[in-house]
Design a protein around this ligand. Structure first.
Ligand SMILES: Cc1cc2nc3c(=O)[nH]c(=O)nc-3n(C[C@H](O)[C@H](O)[C@H](O)COP(=O)(O)OP(=O)(O)OC[C@H]3O[C@@H](n4cnc5c(N)ncnc54)[C@H](O)[C@@H]3O)c2cc1C
Length: 408
């Protein structure tokens, strides 16, 4: 154990590992606490997709910065990362979603991201498993990519360690010392670490950690699942990511087979605080019927998933944290000087983590991030607490309309 640190990061998933690395790279003495094995909870279970064109110009800039950093990750950190720039197709099946794609093209081009309409024939040339029926419009964005999710947070952990960060797996933050000026220390079962800065990057547990710090976080851990099939003849890594907007379904290549995941209208929301202390993401009950229904909802576009010969090789799920506006939740924890938050990943935290960790380090050390994070700052919810039922319902709605940039 160490006695003191410039910053203590709680949680070694994509958010915490990236924050620890970027803080250490700036010369801060960092301790990274993890209650279980390093990077073992939701992050390694992600699909690993990027999506650069977001609801606003600032969020698009953030997502673009993240892709630039993912592409340079191995060079920057000297850690391995399987990075595949497969590009992405986005499919509209309604006129309304076609109009959304038109706005996304405008937003992407304004941000310097390559994106254009493609015909169904052109899309099928890139993704031969795509069916022709029920499609109104498709866009093609060649710079979107996917990464191996388990490698990203582990790589940041190892790179942070090389820069002097102290990694403390199996060491939960169990309490905090808070003085008149704010954070003074972090209590663990092995002793207290004196520090003026704590970053709550505890994922599904971030609300509990914030509560122990004396703050409140309006996030709801929400189950998200995907499946990966056994290898299928003709399916390869050159296949782009494909997303169907109204069905909230994504498909991509993985290990010679196909990955399918998506956002059901009534997801399981989990109160981690009500579960036994020993709960881990691996204990989360999964439900393959959710994915069968999602696959059924895109049977015209992806008839391959209806083929009885297709076998499922892997079914996994985790607990991303949702916010009411489907946007990240980062910045100072209101009311607790020295406490910072990286939460509200909204099922997009893995891919954004390189840019968010970088920006958090700037915010903590320089007083402001280089990118404009006001749209995802903790300040937007400060003093506007919702009762639990309303919070859950709004987070459910945000999840169920994830691919709509202008939900009802
Ligand atoms: C099936 C699936 C598909 C997904 N697909 C994508 C995708 O394509 N693209 C994308 O960007 N994102 C995707 N995501 C979302 C992505 O996985 C999350 O956004 C990301 O992993 C969030 O990282 P995190 O660090 O917040 O959480 P976690 O990885 O869960 O890390 C939090 C860590 O904090 C630790 N912790 C908790 N409490 C304490 C404590 N008191 N003390 C110490 N440590 C503590 C936990 O043990 C855990 O290791 C997907 C998620 C799932 C489940």
């Amino acid at each position: 154990m160490i006695a003191s640190a410039d910053a203590v990061v709680v949680g070694s998933g994509a958010f915490g590992a990236s924050a620890a690395y970027h803080l250490a790279r700036r010369g801060a003495r960092v301790a990274l606490l993890e209650r279980g094995h390093l990077a073992s909870q939701t992050s390694p279970r992600a699909a690993g997709l990027t999506s650069q064109i977001r609801a606003t110009p600032s969020l698009t800039k953030l997502a673009r910065r993240a892709v630039v950093k993912l592409a340079a990750f191995a060079d920057e950190t000297s850690q391995p990362l399987r990075f595949t720039q497969s590009g992405a197709l986005k499919i509209a099946r309604t006129d309304r979603d076609g109009e959304q794609l038109g706005r996304e093209i405008a937003r992407g081009r304004a941000a310097g991201i390559e994106i254009d309409w493609v015909t169904i024939a052109e899309a099928r040339r890139r993704l031969p498993i795509l069916g022709e029926r029920g499609i109104v419009a498709i866009t093609w964005s060649p710079t979107d990519c996917n990464v191996e999710p388990s490698e990203l947070p582990l790589g940041y952990c190892r790179a942070a360690e090389k820069l002097g960060a102290v990694l403390l797996p199996h060491t939960p933050a169990i309490g905090f010392e808070i003085g008149p000026g704010g954070v003074e220390g972090v209590r663990t079962p092995h002793g207290t670490i004196a520090t003026r800065v704590v970053v709550d990057a505890a994922g599904a547990w971030s609300r509990i950690v914030a509560g122990r710090l004396g703050g409140a976080l309006p996030v709801v851990p929400t189950r998200h699942q995907l499946l990966i099939t056994e290898p299928i003849a003709g399916v390869g890594p050159e296949f782009p990511i494909a997303r169907v907007i109204d069905a909230n379904v994504y498909v991509r290549h993985e290990r010679g087979g196909l990955m399918l995941g998506g956002y059901e209208p009534d997801p399981m929301q989990v109160d981690v605080g009500a579960l036994p202390e020993s709960f881990e993401t691996a204990d989360l009950p999964l439900d393959i019927e959710v994915l069968r229904r999602l696959a059924g909802s895109v049977s015209e576009q992806f008839p391959i998933f209806q083929d009885p010969a297709i076998r499922i090789a892997e079914h996994r799920g985790g607990l991303p944290t949702l916010t009411t506006d489907d946007r990240y939740l980062v910045g100072p924890l209101p009311g607790v000087p020295g406490a910072w938050v990286m939460s509200g990943c909204c099922v997009g935290g893995l891919s954004a983590s390189p840019a968010l960790g970088e920006a958090m380090a700037q915010w903590i050390l320089d007083g402001a991030p280089a990118l404009d994070l006001s749209e995802i700052s903790t300040a937007r919810f400060a003093g506007r607490e919702l009762d639990e039922a309303e919070l859950r319902e709004r987070c459910r709605r945000a999840y169920a309309t994830h691919y709509r940039s202008d939900p009802d």
